[in-house]
Design a protein around this ligand. Structure first.
Ligand code: ATP
Ligand code: MG
Length: 317
């Protein structure tokens, strides 16, 4: 079954795709997708469970991508689904079930019953269809499976399963009934959040981030922002979207050098200038979300007068 194709929708960006380590223009940071040519890079085979990282995505590997190996590598926690199954549980990915759309695809609500897979309980789920026309969509899918397949914490959204069928890449998450923090802060879809709730969200998100940074092998989240903080029915905050996550520096290294990616308004200026990524880059983005929670203003709002467009500048005393 083929999924409907949508044209690629860049978020902003003229200079976002840069060669590793090359500084980029500060005001053009965004998420971006490189060319299609690298799409065929495969994940290397992993025989037993261990923490996988992008170093496992060897570009020289010619090993065929095998879903069963993949499942074994990530432990027993994830379910593999077919496109047909995910289409059935989302009523054919119909627009009535659309939860939202990001830079890399649409997210649809679905319901699984307890007959779909042994061990999978009946529940509402969110199904993300990754747009994998180029390498970046595929990498984001793989990063989600690698990181969220292995990291479990009350303040990280739970990845239930995935689909890897021909060139289709989908992800199945626990459904978060209150959607994203971004929707609550800026889209006026519900009543204004109380200060107590804002504090609860800030603390929950901080715990999720602290868990990632404090892991035996620290993980840099790289995309901390209001749209990636999802809210449970009681406003428990959970981090979602690990498509840009990176393993932290190892050994004596102080940072990871990487192509600059993230979201304008949230990314730490020193990372944008140098491509040097550290856990502190996430802490900067956390500070930006705190400002959003405090002011109710977006990190970047081009509809405002110039001096007020960037929240961090506007908030400076
Ligand atoms: N597990 C989930 N439960 C409920 N709603 C979800 C879930 N995952 C995503 N959503 C909704 O779908 C929207 C789109 O999510 P997605 O992660 O694709 O994009 P985004 O975070 O808004 O943007 P970007 O692509 O820049 O990260 C979210 O803002 C949220 O409202
Ligand atoms: Mg997101």
């Amino acid at each position: 079954m083929k999924l409907p194709r949508r044209p690629w929708r860049p978020i902003t960006a003229a200079h976002c795709c840069t060669v590793k380590g090359t500084p980029i223009a500060l005001n053009n940071l965004t998420r971006c997708r490189p060319t299609r040519s690298e799409f065929s890079k495969k994940v290397s085979e992993a025989s037993s469970f261990r923490r996988l990282s992008f170093s496992d995505l060897s570009s020289s590997s010619s090993v065929r991508f095998n879903t069963d190996d993949f499942v074994n590598s990530f432990g027993a926690g994830l379910f593999a689904f077919t496109v047909g199954e995910l289409s059935a549980i989302t009523q054919g990915f119909c627009s009535d079930y659309l939860l939202g759309e990001g830079g890399f695809g649409t997210v649809h609500k679905g319901y699984v019953d307890d007959k779909l897979r042994p061990g999978l309980k009946a529940q509402a789920v969110a199904v993300k269809i990754l747009d994998v026309e180029g390498l970046q969509g595929h990498r984001e899918w793989l990063a989600e499976v690698i990181f969220l397949g292995q990291l479990r914490h009350p303040h990280l959204v739970k990845l239930i399963g995935y689909c890897c069928e021909d060139e289709e890449r989908l992800l199945v998450y626990e459904f978060m009934p209150r959607g994203s923090l971004e929707n609550h802060l800026f889209k006026r879809m519900s009543i204004t959040l109380s200060w107590g709730t804002r504090l609860k969200i800030a603390i929950g998100a901080a715990k999720g981030l602290a868990f990632l940074h404090g892991a035996e092998k620290p993980v840099i989240y790289r995309d901390f922002k209001a749209s990636n903080i999802l809210l449970d029915s009681d406003f428990t905050a959970k981090l979602s979207d690990f498509g840009l996550a990176k393993m932290g520096p190892e050994g004596e290294e102080t940072h990871v050098t990487t192509r600059v990616m993230g979201t304008h308004g949230y990314a730490a200026p020193e990372y944008v200038m140098t491509g040097h990524l550290t856990t502190k880059s996430d802490v900067y983005s956390y500070g930006v979300v705190l400002l959003e929670l405090l002011t109710g203003r977006r990190s970047m709002d081009r509809s405002k007068p110039k001096p007020e467009q960037k929240l961090v500048d506007f908030a400076k005393p």
